[in-house]
Structure formats: structure tokens, C-alpha cells
Design a protein around this ligand. Structure first.
Ligand code: PAF
Length: 296
């Protein structure tokens, strides 16, 4: 395992085909599954760890974001990464960043209105990572479904070489989608948050039984959550353009955002095939590395 700080050093250390796993650190099994996917498809696996200030719409969220490089390097090494690229702010943004990447339309719905500037920050930093590291493939979690769609579209629109690969969500054993932010949940908030994945699984069952109305799928989630959490949205959207859909008639995802206390959570299920069998993600059988020692 090698830790690099500059793009030039990372490129020089990357031999053969390169798989990039972009992260903001504080790894969990969702990130580790991206390394596994990258490992299978690449000679060199580079995991980037950079908490990108450009994509935070709230200063308190940026300050509060968990960071632990030593822990992350240990986990990334055990999972099979060859290089951890952990740049300082000066490497990523050596001067005032005049250039921004804006992916129109795909940023307008779902997370867009709730997090102004967020996707501009994501697209800009991912464009810099792709330009600076020049990977053959880059691996992104399906948990951030809108981010994945935006990155794919950006790469196509800007003729960026290399493939963008989406990898299924990893859930904790009881269904909660893994997120670095889960460490902020109190026991009560965490228990309430489980209604989100239960609602999505109910919607997946309904779709499996032939339900195609977006409103009925969303209602399944709302019914499960009730008023136990503050729900921002539950929306059925197309996988390519992230446009809200009335009917499940093309590859889509049912996405939600909700607040558990001070913590904002997102989750989704994807519908891929003609039969719209849901990708519900995978589940851990053991306690997540997120929690160190102690019970969930
Ligand atoms: O998904 C994330 O962790 C971030 O948005 C990403 C893609 C690493 C860009 O900072």
C-alpha cells in the first residue's frame, strides 16, 4: 500500500489498468465493496480520500464530517487497494477554482433543490480526479443514485475516456443503508431510520407484484415512515436523466431523503430490467466497521 499526495505521484505509481474509487474517507463496507469491484477489473486500485469543501452546502456539515486517515488506510489496504490518494486542499485546489462543471437538468430534481451547489461541487471534483488520475474505470455506489447519473452524463458529455461503473448499495444487517453519517445517529434515531429501508423493501415487493404507479410506490414508503422522521422527498426517477416518473416504465430508481434528528439520510432501490426486479442492495451479516467495537 502506498499513500500518495499528488496527482503526478499517483499516476507514476499506477501500473497497467487503473481502477479509481473516489471517496471522502471514513470508510464503511459500501466503500470496501467498491474496492472489491475495482480489484476484479483493474491491475492497480487507487482509492482517493478527500473531503471536498466544494460540495458541502452547509458549513456545519463540512466541519462535522468524520475523518480518520489512519483507520481508512488500514481498511483500504485490507480490502485490496494499492494506492490511497489523500491530497491536501492545495493539491486539489492550488488556486481559486474559476472552472466549475455543471450538469444541467440531471441536477434539478431530488437532491438538487435541497442542496444548492452540491452537484456542481461533486462534478467538478470528480472531473479533476478523472483528469488527474486518468483511470480506465471509476467505481461509484448506487446509494448516491443521482450522483452516479450525473457523473456518467458528465463523462459522456465531456468525452472523458474510461468507464463509470455503478455498484449496489450495501446495507447493515437490519436494512439501514451504510453511510459514514450513520455514526451520528442516536439509538432512537437509528431505530426510527429503519422505517426507510422497510418502506423501500415494501415498494420493491409491490413492484414485483406488478405495481407500476410511482405514487403507489412512494406511498408505500410514506406509510411505513409515518411521522417518525421528517421526509424531504420520496420520488421515482429515471436512471439516465433523473426525471420524476409517474409510471415505472423504464430503468428507474425510487429515491428518498429524510432527517433523523440532525442527520440527513438518503436511500433508494433501483429497477433495472424489463421485469423491474428491484436491486435492493446487499446486507452485511456482521456489525459494520463503522462502529468499531460495541453494539449497534
Ligand atoms: O460520493 C462521495 O463520497 C463524493 O461525492 C465523491 C464522489 C468522492 C466526490 O467528492
Amino acid at each position: 500500500m502506498r499513500i500518495t499526495k499528488s496527482f503526478a505521484e499517483t499516476r507514476a505509481a499506477s501500473l497497467g489498468t487503473v481502477g479509481l474509487v473516489p471517496t471522502m474517507g471514513f470508510l464503511h463496507e459500501g466503500h470496501l465493496s467498491l474496492i472489491t469491484a475495482a480489484r476484479q477489473a483493474s491491475d492497480t486500485v487507487v482509492m482517493s480520500m478527500f473531503v471536498n469543501p466544494l460540495q458541502f452546502d452547509r458549513d456545519d456539515d463540512l466541519v462535522r464530517y468524520p475523518r480518520d486517515l489512519e483507520r481508512d488506510v488500514e481498511l483500504a489496504t485490507a480490502a485490496g487497494a494499492d494506492i490511497v490518494f489523500a491530497p491536501e486542499l492545495e493539491e486539489m485546489y492550488p488556486q481559486e477554482q474559476f472552472t466549475r462543471v455543471i450538469v444541467n437538468q440531471l441536477s434539478d430534481e431530488l437532491e438538487g433543490p435541497n442542496r444548492p451547489g452540491h452537484f456542481e461541487g461533486v462534478a467538478t471534483v470528480v472531473a479533476k480526479l478523472l483528469a488527474g488520475i486518468q483511470p480506465d474505470r471509476s467505481f461509484f455506489g448506487r446509494k448516491d443514485a443521482q450522483q452516479l447519473a450525473i457523473v456518467r452524463r458528465m463523462a459522456t458529455d465531456l468525452s472523458m475516456p474510461g468507464e463509470i461503473v455503478g455498484v449496489p448499495i450495501v446495507r447493515e444487517a437490519d436494512g439501514l443503508a451504510l453511510s459514514s453519517r450513520n455514526v451520528f445517529l442516536s439509538a432512537e434515531e437509528r431505530a426510527a431510520a429503519l422505517a426507510l429501508s422497510r418502506g423501500l423493501m415494501r415498494a420493491a415487493d409491490l413492484a414485483g407484484g406488478g405495481e407500476r404507479e410511482g405514487s403507489a410506490l412512494s406511498a408505500a414508503v410514506h406509510n411505513e415512515v409515518g411521522d417518525s422522521l421528517e421526509v424531504e422527498y420520496v420520488t421515482l426517477a429515471g436512471q439516465d436523466l433523473v426525471q420524476p416518473l409517474e409510471t415505472l416504465d423504464r430503468p428507474a430508481f425510487l429515491a428518498l431523503a429524510a432527517w433523523a434528528g440532525e442527520t440527513r439520510l438518503i436511500d433508494n432501490i433501483h429497477f433495472d430490467s424489463d421485469e423491474f426486479v428491484a436491486d435492493r442492495g446487499t446486507r452485511l451479516t456482521e456489525r459494520s466497521v463503522l462502529y468499531g467495537t460495541g453494539e449497534i
